[in-house]
Design a protein around this ligand. Sequence first.
Ligand SMILES: Cc1cc2nc3c(=O)[nH]c(=O)nc-3n(C[C@H](O)[C@H](O)[C@H](O)COP(=O)(O)OP(=O)(O)OC[C@H]3O[C@@H](n4cnc5c(N)ncnc54)[C@H](O)[C@@H]3O)c2cc1C
Length: 328
Amino acid sequence: MITDQTEVAIIGAGIAGLYAAYCCEISELDCIITDSLLIPGGQCSVFYPEKKLYGAPGFRDVIAKDFVNVLASQCLKGDFEKLFGHRVKNISKTSDETFAIKFDNCDVCKYAKYIILATGVGDMKPNVPSAIVGINDIDKSSDFIQYYRMKVDLYKGKNIVVAGGGDSAIDFVINVAPVAKTVALIHRRAKFTCEEVKLKYIKELEKTGKLKLAMEHNVSELKEQNGKRTVVARDLNSNNFNETSFDVDHIVFFYGFSLSGNSMFGLEDIGLETENDLVKVDINTMETSIKNCYGIGDVVTYTNKKKNILSCFFEADRAVRMIKKSSV
Ligand SMILES: Cc1cc2nc3c(=O)[nH]c(=O)nc-3n(C[C@H](O)[C@H](O)[C@H](O)COP(=O)(O)OP(=O)(O)OC[C@H]3O[C@@H](n4cnc5c(N)ncnc54)[C@H](O)[C@@H]3O)c2cc1C
């Protein structure tokens, strides 16, 4: 159900936030969950999707992204609002003690009786290339340039260039190639570092003409004129700077992420206590120094706090139990 009012607003859809949403669902608490990224899983999805995960109950051999997929399918099924691609900018309190949550780049304001801060290591922003000719001339509202998208349906029947050669770029190409009209992959190195099985699939896509590879190339220019969009790639090995042009609908950049830290959303002004940029919570309740504002996961600190997945689950469960108790 989509309204501006909710009982619980969960900020961050990493492991902690995801599980908190599930706990709200089974406790019959209305909630919304929001994340500045377009995908769930936070650090697991962004920093180490292919790493084996240790200490995840029920799994002996699981890599991070598979674990996130299983968790997201458990936790995001419920009938509540999921605001991916929405970065929280500011949280304040209204005169009736409700929290007002404001977002970057949109006028929407959400109101919640309880807040759960699950912002982990903070805001992870996709790296935006700036040295490409013409990139600053592209209309900001155009959907030509995109970053780190995993929803392949958006590219059905479209011509796409993918820029980057890491695991996420390769995974994206493998997923999008069957539905897109054409896919080209531009990578500045001569080789990919992904597993053999993925490499085989990439080669197969190339052989069948579904994928064009521009290895040892850089994206050098973007043009959008009279509805025609062009990506120019430059051969890094040729002294003549040989260039190849691709007519596209979208370019999707996979140039990694950078951290811009936790902002605390102005909550310090209404009494949020922090220590070394982490939110202090009472381990018995997971409540912060602000009434009805809770903290879970890597963003919080207390005596003997461990930053791991198990703690995310325990803290999410405890916070939601306490909210349920105080809401009845
Ligand atoms: C390399 C590495 C390996 C690890 N390996 C293991 C392991 O094997 N086993 C284990 O148990 N633990 C491991 N960990 C630790 C584990 O990954 C973390 O404890 C856990 O992922 C923390 O989850 P979280 O939800 O608290 O935070 P995060 O994963 O950081 O998620 C926070 C979310 O909040 C969002 N967010 C932040 N600011 C805003 C904002 N302003 N608006 C909207 N959204 C926002 C972010 O986009 C992010 O999605 C590892 C950590 C690292 C770095």
